[in-house]
Design a protein around this ligand. Sequence first.
Ligand SMILES: *Cc1c(COP(=O)(O)O)cnc(C)c1O
Length: 383
Amino acid sequence: MSASKNASIPFIDLAAQRRRIGPAIDAALVAVAEAGQYIMGPEVAKLEAELATFCGAAHVISCASGTDALILSLMAKGIGSGDAVLCPSFTFAATAEAVALVGATPVFVDIEADTFDMSATSLREGISTARAAGLRPVGIIVVDLFGQPADYDAIEAIAAENGLWILDDAAQAFGATYRGRAIGRIGQMTATSFFPAKPLGCYGDGGAIFTDDADLASILRSLRVHGQGSDKYDNVRIGLSGRLDTMQAAVLLEKLRVFPEEIVARDRIAATYGEGLAGDVIVPTVIEGATSVWAQYTIRLPAGTRDTVAAALKAVGIPTAVYYPKPLHLQTAYRHFPVAGNGLPVSEGVAEQVLSLPMHPYLDLPTQTRIIDEVRAAVRATR
Ligand SMILES: *Cc1c(COP(=O)(O)O)cnc(C)c1O
């Protein structure tokens, strides 16, 4: 990749990873094509075992997408009408969509501006809001946004006090850790995504659920295949066609080999951004004792300047993205659901400030230096 002036830079460079492990992935795909076990071939069980070893979870259930991982998890809990699930509004739509799809009510909670993750104070308010609305709070979906774990010590204490389960939406955070615990071992269940742009992505859609609860694991395995029982033609519950393709498992097995090194590279690149940009923009902070996998490197700019800075960067060949321009509680399909307390000012505020910069494990230093210089120049030009 050239760092020359105005050469265009990819936002996420999947081709760079292909230059490293593409031949091994292609060989693995050909092997699956020739073996012919396209559904639930041996690579699926092998991947589940390796993912379990990676994070230490007792059970891993692979599935068709991160969204299915959330839906299957909520189906396994048997929730529905009248049940409230607390979740952030500043997240990808799938988080709340899964709640609404199973017939329960998402109750939106605010975030902390410095980490973009759930605010414990707002969570408490959300639980009261849900009760006041005549709903029964049953659980919390915590999102580890942009790859960094939320502050689970505070959230777990509130969950325990109120008898709520935790489902970790770690679609962006598989590979991260929180105070000695790997993502995959926090909460009753963890859902992740293998969408290509996530830190561990496949060549299409994919996802997985992690749990230490053997009963939930067996329900999830049944739900993933139409609710099948021990006899294939006696379905014991209503489920989904939610399996992970064998080909995607084969891709992930190859990618998992380099994933630990990629996590180290992501963290080094985030540190370089932090050092280069801290004087000019608000850089993201990771809470003490946690590590992030940096699914996104998201800075904050004074409201009103973000779009100008993004346009200036685009003009010099530097792509950026806005995750997320509109919190869910302001979106058409979600605005009738309850919000914690008197509204979600932090979510609404950061939506006007956030800008995500190119981030992937193969971002070289000359390119990153160019990005840092251009961001600083673009930000200074707005003053
Ligand atoms: C990507 C994502 C999902 C959904 O994952 P898919 O594999 O695209 O279905 C859910 N939640 C969050 C926070 C995500 O970023």
